[in-house]
Design a protein around this ligand. Structure first.
Ligand SMILES: [Zn+2]
Length: 429
């Protein structure tokens, strides 16, 4: 159901009979943590068809990489495309058109920055679902959107002051979760504790009862998906683990017992270190000084908690038990931050906090895809997967800061932007 405004197909993309060959590049295998030197990569029908030594002599459409690194498109797992900065300017009665247009603009920015997949975790008016539909119809450019619709919280709890879903009691949570899923959500986001957005808010106690949490887990299991929880501290996480919630955001205050339990359950953790590490960014976005103070005051405990989680994190044995670290900013992934994008900056924070480079690279690619159960579709450069690729001039396996050199972004075989001179249809000049 593509509309007539759709751009013409180019080699390598769905609908075009020919392949696009990327030649003379080094392929980063994020799963193995290795670099395959001097390879040719064939993109066909939106997928990576072949990774081989050289392109065939009669290859018609080629892009000369001249030693660039072929890396999977980034996957950013904690995104709010429609968020308003500063928070106080959020209009709880915003019309859906405004939400969708603002979100679409941020989605495009993310794609241009090399983020080819976002997991959204709360969007005004379920704009993520609208933008996904529009992108699938070819009306606009956006990353692949794995959508939450609206997050669900308790009346008066974290998330108040924004247009979201609120519920109290197990039945109300069950209905709210089923409603998001019916509207097209891929997973359900809940707030099981407070956070750092409001004055006087604490994040250590639980903000949902065990019955409410269990009701949401029930709704997601009916649709074969999962619950992801905004979670400040250990008490709420320990309650959530008991009812089967296993994906946690932030982790501002995690003690030994909590990280042990998370590791035993193979939990996913998105540290969102950006949100307590970025006073300049906050100032630039109109945050008040008290909001910045709260973030900075939480930072030492947050960092220590995340480093505690790193000691239980899985490393190069991908099937081993332990905490699975994934990268999500909570900020707009495509926005500038300290000379790069928010998405890359968050990965730098993870690496600087002590996560090994290879694990960090996976946190923003393969592990993030595994979190969504879709590592066989995207998240690495491998035959048969989506041709979602970024090209860097520096080697990401040396340091994740090499992702600052992303100069080309390819989505489903289509060159979205490039620093390589090209003629029409992806051929090198
Ligand atoms: Zn968030």
């Amino acid at each position: 159901m593509r509309n007539t405004n759709t751009r013409p197909a180019t080699p390598g993309t769905p609908g075009h009979p020919d392949a696009l060959w990327l030649v003379g590049g080094h392929v980063v295998d994020v799963v193995a943590g290795t670099v395959l030197r001097d390879r040719a990569v064939e993109l066909h029908d939106g997928l990576i068809r072949t990774i081989t030594d050289t392109a065939p002599a009669d290859a018609e459409h080629t892009l000369e990489l001249e030693g660039r690194f072929v890396f999977p498109g980034l996957v950013s797992v904690h995104t709010h495309l429609t968020i308003v900065y500063p928070f106080e300017e959020t209009d709880v009665n915003e019309n859906p058109g405004d939400s969708a247009l603002r979100g679409a603009s941020r989605a495009r920015d993310a794609l241009l920055a090399g983020v080819t997949t976002v997991r959204t975790l709360d969007e005004h008016n379920r704009a993520d679902i609208m933008i996904r539909r529009a992108a699938q119809a070819g009306w606009l450019d956006a990353p692949r959107i794995v959508a939450s619709g609206q997050a669900i919280g308790i009346t008066g709890g974290h998330g108040r002051g924004r247009p979201g879903a609120f519920a109290d009691g197990a039945d109300a949570f069950l209905k709210a979760a089923r409603s998001e899923l019916e509207a097209g959500a891929d997973h359900i986001k809940v707030f099981i504790s407070g956070g750092i957005a409001h004055l006087g808010e604490t994040f250590n106690g639980a903000q949902m009862t065990a019955d409410e949490m269990a009701a949401v887990v029930r709704a997601t299991s009916e649709q074969n998906t999962y619950v992801v929880a905004h979670a400040g501290g250990g008490a709420a996480i320990q309650e959530a683990l008991k009812v089967g919630i296993n994906a946690f955001e932030h982790g501002y205050d995690l003690d030994e017992e909590t990280v042990d339990q998370m590791a035993a359950a193979n939990s996913y953790l998105t540290p969102t270190l950006s949100v307590t590490s970025s006073p300049e960014w906050m100032r630039d976005h109109g945050f008040t000084e008290w909001q910045i103070d709260i973030a900075l005051n939480v930072h030492p405990t947050h960092l220590e908690s995340i480093q505690r989680a790193f000691t239980r994190a899985i490393g190069d044995d991908l099937d081993a038990g332990g905490i699975r670290i994934v990268a999500g900013t909570d900020y707009l992934p495509g926005e500038p931050h300290a000379g790069t994008s928010c998405a890359v900056r968050e990965m730098e924070y993870l690496e600087q906090a002590g996560l090994p480079t290879r694990t960090t690279l996976r946190a923003g690619t393969w592990e993030a895809a595994r979190l969504m159960g879709r590592q066989d579709q995207f998240g690495s450069v491998a035959e048969g997967l989506a041709a979602d690729i970024v090209l860097t001039t520096d080697d990401p396996t040396e340091t994740v800061s090499a992702l600052r050199t992303i100069g080309t972004v390819i989505q489903a075989g289509r060159i979205v932007r490039t620093d390589i001179p090209t003629t029409s249809e992806g051929q090198a000049a």
